[in-house]
Ligand binder design. Structure first.
Ligand code: HEM
Length: 206
């Protein structure tokens, strides 16, 4: 099964038509590129960020003012996260407008919806990490909105057990942001690509 997966992810040849970007605008490919930039810059940020309420904000301030290229690194991470959200939204719009969510692409439509949710959730969990006023109140607002969902109170208690900005809540957001969400996104993206290749590429079907 693993061999099959690798074979489809890195095929020996790809049809020429599938490489043309006039149809897809390569929006999915660009979204994945943003995801890679996010992962690399995020990995570098880990060397300085401290996930405790007392030290989080200070560690970001130190990164901005005391580390060579630190402000640039942080801006790049933020920019890549904005790019990912915009590109994923445009990619989903393209899929809708070209009817690519219909049979036989249902599976990839569902995987895509999960990726969209995770991209938004990943951005949301990252927003708290600098622990400034904006981060605190934005997360607080999000958590109030969660309460309107079915089982919202239980979900809120799971995400912020000691309230927004508490040590355990910050740790949970940190774990979700740096490990869980990116890993699940990576696995789903591989599945997304596998299904595309398995269905013999994208074109022609309109
Ligand atoms: C991190 C997020 C995502 C990545 C990296 C990604 C990547 C890709 C790539 C590289 C393709 C090949 C064609 C293209 O570039 O447009 C593709 C196709 C596709 N994607 Fe995504 N995608 C993501 C999110 C989504 C979302 C949010 C949806 C829908 C809700 C979606 C649904 C689909 C479908 C149905 C196809 C097949 C399209 C076709 O056959 O024309 N994807 N995706």
């Amino acid at each position: 099964m693993m061999k099959e997966l690798v074979k489809h992810l890195f095929p020996r040849m790809v049809r020429e038509g599938d490489l043309r970007t006039t149809y897809t605008f390569c929006l999915g490919g660009l979204a994945f590129t943003s995801f890679l930039v996010l992962s690399v810059t995020g990995l570098l940020l880990l060397f300085y960020y401290s996930p405790t309420p007392e030290r989080a904000h200070g560690s970001i301030q130190f990164l901005e003012s005391g580390v060579w290229g630190g402000a640039y690194l942080r801006s790049l991470h933020r920019l890549a996260s904005h790019a990912l959200l915009v590109l994923v939204a445009l990619h989903a719009l393209r899929v809708i407008l070209t009817g690519a969510f219909l049979h036989p692409r249902r599976m990839n439509w569902i995987v895509g919806c999960l990726l969209l949710f995770l991209a938004v959730f990943g951005a949301y969990t990252g927003y708290l990490l600098p622990m400034d006023q904006l981060a605190y109140w934005a997360t607080q607002t999000g958590m109030e909105l969660v309460r309107a969902l079915p089982l919202g109170d239980a979900l809120r208690a799971l995400l912020v057990p000691d309230d927004v900005g508490g040590p355990l809540s910050l740790l949970r957001f940190y774990a979700l942001h740096v490990v869980i969400v990116p890993l699940v996104m990576l696995v789903l993206a591989m599945l997304h690509f596998f299904v595309i290749r398995r269905q013999r590429g994208l074109l022609p079907y309109l």
